[in-house]
Design a protein around this ligand. Structure first.
Ligand code: AMP
Length: 540
């Protein structure tokens, strides 16, 4: 067989030749509904690659992005990776200090930003000395007023460039993109994807028992392109030539998402549970229907069965999926096996609520505290470990870091799960000490340190408690200093201006003591158990 390298460049060239007329539709700040063909998109990708070369970039340079899902961000995905650079997508919702850390750690050379994130960079510019300049992803008419130096307008930058670019022949193991995860304790860590891992992951994502992608689909990723490459859709969709619909900054706007689905004939959409609640609420209020929509993939956090059954009323099949930044991200996916459709409704829901079966390419196992593999009986639960060609073997710049990989090279996911005899995995808990709210991580340690800064706090712990809209929200549990007064309102307002608004604890509970291990370590699992039935006052 021919030893053809697996390259993102090949996806682009294939899509350009075979699906030149397929459409890409996106919402941007400067155009409510931008529409063009794959042929036009990839012509501009050539122009952008030429423009990047003119900026003086060198092979392997990291190019940072702070942007929503739209056609320009897609152009960057291809122009950067296919011209031997590394596309580093950054989550603009992180704490500013984390964004600063990530840009410096990645040594980003240039930053491509949506106009709305320019103020964020203005605040950071003195702390990110390695960045040579900024490109605002808009046209001249919509350029923001700013003092940032070395600033370009995206459309002007690429305007005079040739559409043809001499794409380099790359090693399939060359790095193509970088995404930091803040899903574990300590500083965010960079996961570097390769061309090979990305192409293999795209093949897997497109399979019938996964996203089941076809040229006849219109696909709407409502998961951000700054979060694990929008679950691989920007690659898997062009691989099959389907229509791609990108919601820009409208991500959390239920009515706008509904209009986009109806207007563009979207057949498949994907995102975290929270975004679908907004859409379903809007459908309930407006009485609108979404006849084109057939499937919705929900992952990133446990999907409540109520969302699945609400979608079912609209004739939409929901598939639950599980993944991680470290695994590109898709690991398991839920479709029913033959005969399961004959199970009674209650039993079917039990299966569908699980995070699904492993995808070929991902090996998974659950182990006990001594690393003994546990049976797939649906009852035994243990630490979930995975390995495979699109699972990271380590982190960018952290050679020798071993907290997340065992000695046999398996990735320790930080999730606790059961696996049933049919291979359906179900997450039952998490060992990593973080809270996932609306698909984004909140560091409990950061909140605990902030709380401990209050003179009346003797000890503080923050845990994630289940929330009907956000999946989880932070609950602060505090032991007060015996001799000092501290009321709920005073404790909660202590976070004002110290952490981003959306990260502040939703409530505080005062206790006499917190559970500890024999070595004095806080027992988060015990604390989560203690508060498993807790209901936030705002939702009770
Ligand atoms: P991230 O790296 O930010 O994509 O987060 C990955 C983590 O999100 C996983 O290790 C899980 O803890 C959580 N997660 C992802 N998908 C699901 C799901 N379907 N159900 C429950 N937790 C999930």
């Amino acid at each position: 067989m021919m030893n053809s390298p697996l390259l993102i460049t090949s996806i682009m060239q294939f899509a350009k030749k075979n699906h030149a007329t397929s459409e890409i539709v996106s919402v941007t700040k400067d155009d409510p509904l931008h529409r063009y063909s794959y042929a036009e998109a990839f012509a501009r990708v050539g122009q952008l690659a030429n423009a990047l070369a003119r900026l003086g970039v060198k092979q392997g340079d990291r190019i940072g992005t702070l942007a929503w899902n739209d056609h320009r961000h897609l152009e960057l995905y291809y122009a950067v990776s296919c011209s031997s650079l590394i596309c580093h997508t950054i989550n603009p919702r992180l704490f500013e200090s984390q964004i600063e850390y990530i840009i410096n750690d990645a040594e980003d050379r240039w930053m491509f930003v949506d106009p709305q994130f320019v103020p964020l960079l203005e605040g950071l510019v003195d702390k990110i000395p390695g960045v040579q300049g900024f490109i605002v992803m808009t046209d001249e008419a919509h350029m923001p007023q700013t003092e940032l130096l070395n600033l370009y307008c995206y459309e002007t930058l690429i305007a005079g460039e040739s559409e043809s670019f001499d794409w380099p022949s790359l090693d399939e193991n060359a790095a193509c993109s970088l995404c930091y995860t803040s899903g574990t304790t300590g500083s965010p860590k960079g996961v570097m994807y390769s061309h090979r891992s990305t192409v293999l992951h795209s093949y897997a994502v497109a399979l019938p028992d996964l996203f089941s992608l076809s040229v006849n689909d219109a696909v709407l990723p409502v998961v951000p392109m700054f979060h694990v490459n929008a679950w691989g859709m920007p690659y898997a969709v062009p691989m099959v030539g389907a229509k791609l619909v990108l919601p820009g900054p409208k991500m959390g706007d239920g009515a706008a998402i509904g209009d986009l689905i109806a207007g563009e004939g979207v057949t498949l959409a994907a995102g975290v549970p929270t975004v679908w609640m907004a859409l379903l609420a809007d459908l309930r209020e407006s009485g609108k229907r979404l006849p084109s929509l057939k499937r919705v993939v929900i992952g990133g956090a446990a999907c409540p069965t109520s969302i699945m059954s609400d979608f079912q009323q609209h004739g939409v099949m929901v598939h639950h999926a599980w993944g991680m930044t470290e695994i590109s991200p898709v690991g398991t996916f839920n479709t029913l096996k033959p005969g399961m459709d004959r199970l009674d409704e209650k039993e079917q829901w039990k299966v569908r609520a699980k995070q699904g079966r492993a995808v070929f390419g991902i090996e998974m196992k659950i182990v006990d505290d001594e690393n003994n593999e546990l049976p797939w009986d649906g009852k035994a639960f243990g630490a979930l470990k995975v390995r495979g060609p699109w699972v990271c073997a380590g982190y960018f710049g952290l050679e020798g870091y071993s907290d997340t990989h065992d000695e046999d090279g398996w990735l320790c996911t930080g999730d606790v799960a059961t696996i049933d005899p049919e291979g359906y995995m179900q997450i039952t808990d998490r060992t990593k000490d973080v809270i996932k709210s609306g698909g984004e991580w909140i560091s409990s340690i950061e909140l605990e340190n902030t709380a401990m800064g209050h003179p009346a706090v003797a000890e503080a712990a923050v845990i994630g408690v289940s929330h009907p809209k956000w999946s989880e929200r932070p609950l602060l549990v505090v032991v007060r200093n015996a001799e000092q007064e501290l009321r709920r309102e005073e404790m909660l307002s202590w976070f004002d201006g110290k952490v981003a608004n959306w990260c502040r604890p939703d409530d505080v509970v005062f206790v006499d003591e917190l559970p500890h291990t024999a070595t004095g370590k806080l027992q988060k699992l015990a604390l989560r158990k203690q508060f498993e039935d807790y209901v936030f006052p705002s939702t009770g």
